[in-house]
Design a protein around this ligand. Sequence first.
Ligand code: PGA
Length: 252
Amino acid sequence: MSLKRTIFIANWKMNGIPDDIKEINKVAVFLQKKLKNYNKDIIYCPPASLLAYFFKNNFSKIVKFGSQDVSITKTPLGAFTGLLSSKILKLSGAEYVIIGHSEKRASGDTFKNIKEKIFLASKENLKIIFCIGESFNDKKKNKSINVLIKQIKNSISKKINLKNIIFAYEPIWSIGTGLVPDTEYLQKVFSFLNSFLRKNYSIKSPVILYGGSVNASNIKNLKIINHCSGYLVGGASLKAKNFIEIIKNYYN
Ligand code: PGA
């Protein structure tokens, strides 16, 4: 049994239909049978339309649910066609919300939007999975750390409950590409983030995840990174078999 709490998040992106409940069911059965006493959080972020349906099927004691985004609406309900407030997400079964994913930044999320989303989600007591990460160009120019500092400083206000923030370091060039940074690079980034968050935000034990092409083969290498509390998994989380392999290989 492992003492360290490890978080595995399944980011389904624009994938998933009601029938895929069976994939979550398989994972829940595996967790229940094989990993019951391990210190872990398994969080599924399906498309928002499936949240309440999945949640009602009640694996909620074994897996938790989150949304992939939240809208900027100060009122919980109202005349905002197409938007989803933190309140609606929460009442639909979300305990977590992903904010600042690079795919959302690429489709228009600004620092200002992200900051506001974090503020509103935090007010509703949702746990925030805040994504940060540099582009390949930033990395090439040795600017990764500066980019991460900028993303954090422009989005996180000290007024919010910092205990509710999970940081997810996802190098953009690693997402969906099969490329994963080498251990030395990752260790440098995680050590930096850990001390930066402790020093500048007084977060005693920052929770920082890695995301980007995580799979059953590279999890063994990713497991050894200090200050890494878990993984944000996209493609390899869609099928129960692959997601289970990742979790299994992590613990074995
Ligand atoms: P990936 O996606 O695992 O498919 O690279 C990760 C993410 O975008 O969160």
